[in-house]
Write a protein that binds this ligand. Structure first.
Ligand SMILES: CC(C)(COP(=O)([O-])OP(=O)([O-])OC[C@H]1O[C@@H](n2cnc3c(N)ncnc32)[C@H](O)[C@@H]1OP(=O)([O-])[O-])[C@@H](O)C(=O)NCCC(=O)NCCSC(=O)C[C@@](C)(O)CC(=O)[O-]
Length: 291
């Protein structure tokens, strides 16, 4: 089966590292990903730079990325202002994100789920020229509320559907949700909204993300987020662990007979570059827990 991977190192991978990676280094990593055959790259998020200084250069990144046929660069936004900034910078593919848990929405987006969705919905309708897709944080487990009722998840799925969005990513923000629970919640929303396309964004606290990805592929999921080197984590979800590593997911998919279009050797070059850049970038001074 052909499986598509969105590498999210430049966004999710860097947002929780205590370093500021230069715009030039980010662009170099994007180039290395393209050279490896990665076709979707989440390059930046348009959030409040006072809260996430690692993403302060989002507009510069999006406007500087080289156009490559067949390659899509995606951006992330959590509110209407984020969408506006992304569109102004020239973003064409924007992931809008909301949480399935109220406590995580308050911590992450600074507002209740309903308010975050209203802000996103109003902006989505203003920019028909952009392609929107949606991510749902804490889709299965929340650091503050524990297990998420699939009914709550479905409400957020439907709110995005009402905005006209048909691609929905379900995120295991902490990376602790057992495979069976991920699959049960996925099935719940699929049964209720079978015409939407679902993808998974897996973190990997317990080493079970590859098993979950396998079960999901077997059930027909053909798109995953992953990050070079397994970096990543939401700074506003205490305990969030790194993403499933792109190189491990690609190897696993190839070993199990699937195709990703990604060259493992060239990908290893990108992983080395990412590690090097994280290790040698200046400290961000982000140790203030109140941010
Ligand atoms: C959501 C916001 C932006 C709301 O932002 P806010 O600060 O809560 O909003 P506000 O309306 O109270 O405004 C306060 C100030 O922020 C400004 N502001 C307001 N919005 C923006 C914006 N978009 N871009 C730039 N500036 C903005 C606004 O203009 C104002 O500026 P001031 O008047 O003080 O000078 C904020 O709370 C924030 O930046 N949160 C950080 C969230 C974040 O980046 N989380 C990590 C990404 S999501 C994630 O990792 C999960 C995911 C996707 O990977 C899946 C998973 O694993 O769960």
């Amino acid at each position: 089966m052909q499986v598509e991977i969105t590498d999210v190192f430049l966004r999710d991978g860097l947002q929780d590292e205590p370093v500021i990676v230069s715009t030039a280094h980010k662009l170099e990593i994007a180039e290395a990903l393209v050279a490896a055959g990665v076709k979707r790259i989440e390059a930046a998020s348009f959030v409040n730079p006072k809260r996430v200084p690692q993403m302060a250069d989002a507009a510069e990144i999006i406007s500087s990325l080289p156009a490559v046929p067949g390659v899509t660069y995606t951006s992330l936004a959590l509110n209407g202002k984020g969408i506006e900034r992304a569109v102004d910078a020239g973003a064409t593919d924007i992931q809008v994100v909301a949480s399935a848990s109220q406590a995580h929405s308050n911590a992450n987006a600074g507002q209740a789920i309903e308010d975050a969705l209203a802000s996103l919905g109003a902006a989505v309708s203003r920019f028909p020229q952009a392609r929107f897709f949606a991510g749902i944080s804490t889709a299965f487990t929340c650091p503050f509320e524990g297990s998420i009722d699939p009914g709550y998840l479905l409400r957020v799925v439907r709110a995005f559907k009402d905005m006209g969005i048909t691609d929905i990513g379900l995120a295991d923000t902490l990376g602790t949700t057992p495979t069976d629970q991920v699959m049960a919640s996925l099935q719940h929303v699929r049964d209720a909204e079978p015409d939407l396309t679902y993808y998974l964004h897996l973190h990997n606290a317990h080493g079970q993300a590859l098993g979950t990805a396998s079960a999901a592929v077997d059930s027909g999921v053909v798109r995953f987020d992953a990050a070079l080197g397994g970096y990543g984590g939401c700074p506003f979800a205490p305990g969030a662990h790194g993403n499933i590593a792109t190189e491990e997911l690609v190897r696993h998919l190839h070993d199990t007979g699937h195709d990703t279009g990604i060259d493992e050797d060239r990908l290893a070059d990108a992983v080395r570059l990412a590690r090097d850049v994280v290790m040698h970038s200046p400290a961000a001074g982000l140790l203030d827990p109140a941010r």
